[in-house]
Design a protein around this ligand. Structure first.
Ligand code: C2O
Ligand code: CU
Ligand code: CU
Length: 519
């Protein structure tokens, strides 16, 4: 793609979004859902800040049949409701697009048939509907849903369209992990507001688009200034990075290790601890917070610790002005304050322990059997996917996104096992254009087998590497500059077209995405 095409793409507004021909998605007679929902995306107003309500785009859901507990609304938030499913359930969702532009919903992390995956070619226009039917085959875990229309995913997600999916299964239930009021969710997103409390999402300068959107404040569960009053108990805390581009290096203050019990694809075999956890856009972590020995009056803060902005920011080799360490006017028109640079310290969640309660919970030493020992078969085919930046475009394996295009090496057999290795190493031409990218694959959970880093990049890499949790199933993994990350994946049995892409949503919309086909 030529640079001027890129400029046209960035400038493309609603009029630039095509509605692609789609297979008819109607409900099927032979499918008997356990849960049937209507999910509507529409403009709304939410009281987020003092004064004027904020205009957002929001999902609302209604249970048409099945357990009412399948939909849990988060009050006074722009986030969509948390959807609770059980493994094995058959789900039908009637998506209604009440937005002024095309959209489609993707179930991030779930293994669903191609017609239910929310590929941009399936987007429906204003006033139209799309019917999803799928069986929940995933393990218990934290998944999420968000829009996936062509080149408008970042814009739509930013304006509020996202929600969590929590899947339960009997194996997990047998562990009696903290639940109900003791199960907390923490969807972390950054946003920027103007003086009238409205969301700012300006396409700033070219180089800032390349780095992705950064806001000036962190919201948790779609609300500002998150604070919780808790008891001296054990809590399960599901963390999710729903930001467009921001990466978090999360740690407790006062310093205490983070106990991780699960990753994108469900519980680990056994709990692990980290001094901090690195959470890139699209990733989830299931954690346990033990306050049982805390004194009443204890204060605890979840912070994002500093790390070098250069890991995610384009910079001039000669100290020029383009990258500016992620700072600058990026918020563009209307924003009161400059964005907080990538890697700058942030406060995410404040906790105060305000009451004494007994908690009998003890964290089991064994959580699940997720085939930790799963090793690649000796003849496993390995595909290297080079990450490159040329002519103002990010490339995956020398290609950018085309709606229906699948290369030969992007075609895989149903149920086959491959290593896909994202290779983000090599020189970065005249500017430093090697950025970290959270690489995501639709339809499948994979294992991170190995990370190798170029010697010259080790110093910056050290700043985040102890926060990786590569022990469990993943659908999104951060690939830092200079890194090669080998992912072992057994492809789904559902045939058809699926996506893999960078989950920096601005990068995705710029074409850092490709199809793969299961045959
Ligand atoms: Cu959350 Cu195509 O992804
Ligand atoms: Cu996805
Ligand atoms: Cu990227």
């Amino acid at each position: 793609m030529k640079r001027r095409d890129f400029l046209a793409r960035v400038g493309a507004g609603v009029a630039g979004v095509a509605v692609w021909p789609r297979p008819l998605a109607a409900q099927t007679a032979g499918f008997h859902p356990d849960v049937e929902l209507e999910l509507r995306a529409a403009p709304a107003e939410v009281p987020l800040l003092r004064g004027q309500p904020t205009r957002v785009w929001r999902y609302r859901a209604r249970v048409l049949s099945g357990a009412p507990a399948a939909v849990q609304v988060i009050p006074d938030s722009y986030l969509g409701p948390t959807l609770r499913f059980e493994t094995g359930q058959k789900v039908r969702v009637h998506f209604v697009n009440d937005l002024p532009e095309p959209s489609i919903v993707h179930w991030h992390g779930l293994d669903v048939p191609t017609q239910a995956d929310g590929h941009p070619r399936l987007a429906v226009g204003p006033g139209q509907r799309y019917v999803y039917e799928f069986t929940v085959v995933n393990r218990a875990g934290t998944y999420w849903y968000h829009p996936h229309p062509h080149m408008r995913t970042a814009y739509q997600a930013y304006h509020g369209l996202a929600g969590l999916i929590v899947v339960h299964d009997p194996d997990e239930a047998a562990l009696h992990l903290p639940s109900g009021a003791d199960e907390l969710v923490c969807v972390i997103q950054d946003r920027q507001f103007d003086a009238g409390n409205q969301l700012v999402y300006a396409s700033g300068m070219m180089m800032e688009n390349m780095n992705g959107f950064l806001g000036d404040q962190v919201l948790v569960n779609g609300r500002p200034a998150a604070a919780l009053s808790l008891a001296t108990r054990h809590y399960r805390l599901r963390l999710m990075n729903g930001s467009n581009s921001r990466v978090y290096k999360l740690a407790w203050d006062p310093s205490t290790p983070v106990t991780v019990i699960g990753t994108d694809g469900g519980l680990l075999e056994r709990p692990v601890t980290r001094p901090y956890v690195t959470l890139a856009p699209g990733e989830r972590l299931d954690t346990l917070l033990d306050l049982s020995a805390a004194a009443v009056g204890t204060r605890l803060t979840l912070r994002s610790l500093p790390f070098p902005a250069s890991l995610f920011t384009m910079q001039m080799g000669m100290g020029g002005g383009m990258g500016r360490g992620g700072r600058g006017r990026g918020g563009g028109r209307g924003a009161d304050r400059p964005p907080v640079p990538q890697g700058a310290p942030l406060e995410v969640l404040a906790i105060s322990v305000d009451r004494r309660e007994r908690s009998a919970f003890a964290l089991p030493a064994a959580l699940s059997h997720y085939e930790a020992a799963w090793q690649p078969p000796p003849d496993v085919p390995t595909r290297s996917i080079n990450i490159d930046f040329m002519r103002m475009q990010f490339f995956l394996g020398a290609r950018t996104f085309e709606m229906d295009d699948v290369a030969a090496e992007e075609s895989v057999r149903a149920g086959s096992t491959h290593i896909w290795a994202y290779d983000n190493s090599g020189p970065g031409m005249m500017m430093n254009m090697r950025l970290g990218h959270p690489m995501h694959m639709h339809g499948r959970q994979f294992r991170v087998l190995r990370r190798t880093v170029e010697p010259g990049r080790r110093a910056d890499w050290q700043a985040l590497k102890d926060g990786f949790v590569d022990d469990g199933w993943k659908d999104t993994t951060l690939v830092l500059p200079g890194e090669r990350v080998e992912c072992l994946v057994k492809f789904s049995d559902y045939p058809g077209l699926f996506l893999y892409h960078c989950h920096n949503l601005e990068h995705e919309d710029m074409g850092m995405m490709r199809n793969y086909r299961i045959v």
